[in-house]
Design a protein around this ligand. Structure first.
Ligand code: LMR
Length: 330
């Protein structure tokens, strides 16, 4: 009898050890294609997290809005149905107004200025701007500067008048197109191709990697190299989940995240020209370059948006972002 009891308890013990040794499942959901900076960063995170924490974590990556699309992914994160998402900075308006700074048109001269701002103490503090909502920022991730596109050539701000433009769910972007007397329509990313194809909207604003990988160039006749704003991301997690992880797991995941972001950022900074070249090589949409004077007109038309959102964002934050346009002194 004693032997049976001993065997049973040994069996129970081994079962519970096996159960506690089950890997923690981490779902990372996003809306873009795998061959984009974000898609690649997510896959790199999986590779590194599973390497640093063998048998302890299993990362499942869901690209292309497969699991959750816009609108649903943040809700799912807060409900604990997904552990990591990386929405565009434009999509956090419900949780903080501070990140609206990134949507102000013509605030940043280029992606390098954006990078400097994100690395500055003011920029880094934004990662904690949604903690009271239960959201922790794990890092900023680049995509790139946005280009305008439409079925008519957009050379001056007047060309956009009366056209319908798809926008992300951002009040700043809404104001930006209203400043042009155009009609902005908030639509989920997964609906953009169809909306452009069917004429539900006439135009859009996207970085080159999204224009290429989602084939928007097939359904837009013209792409204007406006670089009028930035489309970057914040990789975020559920604060309760993150803080409840065993310390060694959190440490390993933080390391994997940092390195995966560096990897994605390198792709974003180095490959924007390649995505652009591929769009041009497809010979579908015509790329319009703006003269300096034309660009100045777009800036003048969109700039009034800053004053509208300055009270919510804060002048200090806008000034800190402008400061990043000055290359650092060596
Ligand atoms: C968009 O909705 O246009 C982007 O946020 C998609 C993305 O994640 O790059």
């Amino acid at each position: 009898m004693k032997l049976i009891i001993a065997l049973c308890s040994a069996l129970l013990l081994s079962l519970s050890v096996a159960a506690s040794a089950d890997p923690i499942i981490i779902k990372y959901s996003h809306v873009v294609a795998e061959n984009t900076p974000k898609g690649q960063a997510a896959l790199k995170f999986k590779e590194l997290a599973e390497k640093y924490l063998p048998g302890k974590v299993k990362v499942e990556v869901f690209p292309n809005s497969q699991l959750y699309g816009d609108g649903k992914e943040m809700e799912a994160l807060l409900l604990g149905d997904v552990q990591i998402v990386a929405p565009a900075l434009a999509k956090f308006g419900k949780y903080t107004k501070k990140l609206q700074v990134f949507d102000l048109p013509f605030l940043f001269d280029n992606i390098h200025a954006v990078d400097r701002f994100q690395r500055s103490p003011t920029g880094l503090a934004l990662l904690d701007s949604m903690e009271d909502k239960g959201i922790i920022g794990l890092g900023f991730l680049h995509n790139g500067m946005k280009e305008l596109s439409a079925n008519v050539p957009l050379r001056t701000p007047e060309d956009a008048k009366g056209l319908k433009f798809r926008i992300m769910s951002s009040d700043v972007l809404e104001a930006q197109f209203k400043a042009l007397d155009a009609n902005p329509q908030k639509l989920a990313f997964a609906e953009v191709y169809q909306a452009l194809q069917s004429g539900v909207v006439d135009g859009a604003e996207n970085p080159w990697s999204n224009i290429y990988t989602k084939k928007f160039y097939e359904v837009q006749k013209y792409i204007t190299e406006s670089d009028h704003g930035v489309l970057d991301y914040m990789v975020v997690t559920n604060a309760k989940w993150w803080n409840g992880l065993p310390a060694d797991i959190r440490k390993g995941l933080a390391k994997a995240m940092k390195e995966s972001i560096a990897y994605g950022n390198k792709i974003a900074l180095n490959d924007a020209a390649d995505y652009r070249a591929k769009v041009i090589a497809a010979h579908k949409a015509k790329v319009i370059k703006l003269t300096k004077a034309q660009k100045a007109e777009w800036r003048k038309a969109m700039k009034p948006v800053w004053a509208q959102f300055e009270p919510a964002i804060g002048q200090d934050l806008i000034n800190a972002a402008l400061e990043a346009n000055k290359p650092q002194k060596k």
